[in-house]
Design a protein around this ligand. Sequence first.
Ligand code: ZN
Length: 199
Amino acid sequence: MTFSTITLSSSRRRLVIIVLGLLLAFGIVLGQSATPAHANGAWGGYSNGNIPLSKMIAVPNGHLRIDAAAGYGSMNAAFKKRFGYELGITEAYRSYGTQVKIWNARYVAHSKKVKNSIEYKGKYWTKKKNVSVAAVPGTSIHGWGLAVDLNSHVNESGSIQKRWADKYGPSYGWYPVGNSFGEAWHFEFTPPKKTTTKK
Ligand SMILES: [Zn+2]
């Protein structure tokens, strides 16, 4: 191999890397604009439950998207001021693999359609008795790093902590969505509307 062919191939390789980099950057930008970061949806070009932890922020017992973590931080500060202790998290981001485990533990597969069954992977699933509902793998809001399961008595319906969280959570972007399916502890993040105006 002569010196000139080495130079040619390495410069070509460099060009290929630059083009790939530009395509990737462009794709990420397009991906984000196609899916506005309002609520509960895909972001950053990742699939549900397959988000690198490095793209999120660590919170107690897990990770959340950056804005969701910031909202939790503010909510936690207010909670601590009111109750004198931290607002605990049981679980935040959940990987696809974990969601599959939870699903398989709570639901039973049938080969034919039965009453109240949910279709998933070509089978019909019904929930076991006395277990909480679970989202079909790939659809949990935990898989986007935009849901938390809270403790510190927020997980107890009717407690003052739960009433406080339901009332004030939304001002930090955290909504008590779990109330609609019997999970007092489950909150989902929607970025609060910006109230500041540029002059
Ligand atoms: Zn949850």
